[in-house]
Design a protein around this ligand. Sequence first.
Ligand code: NAD
Ligand code: IPM
Ligand code: MN
Length: 360
Amino acid sequence: MELHITCIPGDGIGPEIVRETKKVLDKVAHKYGHKMIYKDILMGGASIDVHGVPLTEEAIADAKAADAVLMGSIGGNTTTSPWYKLPPEKRPEAGLLAMRKALNLFANLRPAVLYDELAAACPLKEEISKAGFDMLIMRELTGGLYFGERRTIEENGVRKAIDTLTYDENEIRRIAIKGFDIARKRRKKVTSVDKANVLDSSRLWRKVVEEVAKDYPDVTLEHMLVDNCAMQLVKDPAQFDVILTENMFGDILSDEASMVTGSIGMLASASLNDTKFGLYEPSHGSAPDIAGKDIANPIATVLSAAMMLRYSFDLDEEADAIEAAVKKVLQDGFRTGDIMSEGCTRVGCTEMGDLLAERI
Ligand code: NAD
Ligand code: IPM
Ligand code: MN
């Protein structure tokens, strides 16, 4: 089969991890008789440097024309990079948000799984890491604070900044349906995370989630306040199956969950709409502190590519092969610096890509 994939290498470690992921995908194509047809486009800082804007209409059209998009990461050091001297709407992150909106990618799936092999890299107590965990964070991605009205004004000589958090019931319903649908294929438990003790948007969230739950009597629903959830994630991560939450809470909780798996370099992500199309990217950022050093962990991006094969192309066997290669490479004791532990062999980004490709 021909797979038309638009690639966004992006900034920082982005080009390194996308390069290694293509290496693994090419091996999959070779083994299973597929043809990968890549087209690279610019987004974020890389696009600013060439076009003066973080995303062009042409890049959006190239993304839409593909079957799926594979992305590295965008952005720079937010205190030192000249990109952050630009007005907010011209900065790298604005490109990513515009892309998510243009493609209507409202459902962001971030699976946080502790591999047995990485128990030593998990910072939690041994009795917790030994038990393991396997959760999926279902993050709403095109609403909430990220897309609300935003401005900075001056009132009587005092500077004031306003961000608004808005959700309508349709936005909540469609992500809740995705959450329950996926829970049905897993351990049948949804933990809906909100701040309903304070926010109106969360009170509506809870009501609509309850309504949707009526169609899923086989799925257990529980509600949890976000501050408690942040605590429970490190106290007892095994209690979670699907965490269903709004945009900003999901952003923060997924970084937290990633570290419990050993490193943010392990956390994949798929951003989906209501079709087979999706944008696949690691949950982490461009890691400017390690960019260009060939030490980044490419596994989050490689696992995102596995999600791409599964969700956008229905190539389950090929996706399984990638996931098995990741497991094998860890079993064989190879680690990038972020997941390194005693007795293992430390490898760089390129070598990790080679080792993964060899195991396909
Ligand atoms: P970050 O995720 O880039 O890095 C946080 C820490 O994790 C750093 O110490 C980094 O070295 C480490 N890290 C991240 N990915 C790693 C990997 N694959 N292997 C090993 N170590 C890894 O977060 P940040 O420093 O807060 O943000 C840097 C830039 O990335 C910012 O401009 C931010 O806006 C952007 N960002 C982009 C995305 C995205 O493209 N989807 C996501 C998050 C942040
Ligand atoms: C992520 C990132 C983005 C987000 C930023 C770069 C806009 O942190 O994908 O998690 O906050 O959604
Ligand atoms: Mn984030």
